[in-house]
Design a protein around this ligand. Sequence first.
Ligand code: NAG
Ligand code: NAG
Length: 423
Amino acid sequence: MIILVLIISHLIFWVNLTTSQKVTTNNNPCGQLYLTQSPKKSKNLQINWHFTCENLPDTLLLTLGDLRVNPNAQILYQINPGSVIKGFQATQIPFKNVEFPGNWTVDNDYPDLKAKCFDYYISSRRNKEIIYSQCFSIQPAWMSNFGDLRIGEMMIPGTHNSGAWQTKLPGFKNYVLNQDKNFWEQLVYGIRYFDIRIGRYGNPPQGFYINHDFVKCTELVPELQSVANFLKKSPNEVVVLNFHRFVQPRDFLEGYHLELLRVVRDIFGDLIYPYSRFMHPKGPKLREFWQSQKRVIISYRQDYFVRRNPWLWPGVQREWGNVQKLQNLENYVKTKISKPVRGNPLNALMAELTPNYRNFLQYVNTNLKDLALMVNQELSDWVIENNRSDNLNIIATDYFTGNDMINVAIDTNFRKLQRSFFY
Ligand SMILES: *[C@@H]1O[C@H](CO)[C@@H](O)[C@H](O)[C@H]1NC(C)=O
Ligand SMILES: *[C@@H]1O[C@H](CO)[C@@H](O)[C@H](O)[C@H]1NC(C)=O
């Protein structure tokens, strides 16, 4: 009987996998090959590869459209990797102000929930034969594949200093900004964790801003509204908002917290999934979020208010290496194993280098875009090798379109889903 049930649910599992929208799975027989976007002003496309097969591809082609579908697709860029098995190539092809496919504008009520490709594809070829091809894509509904996984056992792509994508402070953009996409865009691409620092300037709700420490960046309310808007359009997604610090004014009074909590509550209302001390240590399954129709987690790094407001989750544990060298970050990322801490199933690995704030001269010389460029090229390798991403929960990065963490997360979660079925 049990075996029969197992076999049937096995079948259902595979049928589900094959009939639900195919999101991604790296089925490249030759290792990794993907497109990213430069954090620099040009926003040029970048080609990344790490080949592990014996017969290396002889050509990499960046095309407009899929070569497998249209053999005459326009070739924008072509390289012969030769014997370079691990490489990175910046191109001069700008990827700027490109509209999302699938009607993912803020005010279209019927966007397409499937994973969608932009027009840009990267393919590998050997002896004129295409080995693999992948597009630059959006993943607006990727969580819909993972109803049986718990939020704390999934790999979840996130951003660090999520609201620091614009600032009016002139001249310091390279030192203040960690992102170049607003919350709506981050969500459509597939980001599900947001790291938020709050500044209060004048009366709420307009008075609340997302800061990068003492620098005012983005008005809070429109960003939160776009999260609520997104959740209504993409019905199986779950988003974590981590209110991590309250930086301006320095003396962030109790009354300010109460104002802030009221603003958050007014925007999300019934969408908020309340915390429970009695939940599974790895948190609820995604399916439980869907069934309750509550799909936003508000995590607040002030225990005083968490104790008094049952809808708040404790602050997400942020694993932050505070390292200045790539080698140190590599060691940090490679040895990190996320574990639930203090009753919170969520745990975030902060995968970025930090300038040394104690040395102001060094700080103003450290361009955050350069740091992100360095780190983002390596991240996939670090977390894919030995299935290390199995041990990760949230991973928060800078200039996230410069890395491939959204696709890595989806692949990792498919692997977890298979294991949870077999064992
Ligand atoms: C986009 O929306 C329009 C109507 O607003 C619809 O006609 C069209 O089919 C949609 N396209 C996609 C890809 O969903
Ligand atoms: C990674 O996980 C897959 C699927 O569970 C498994 O087949 C493979 O052996 C694992 N690789 C390593 C290096 O553990």
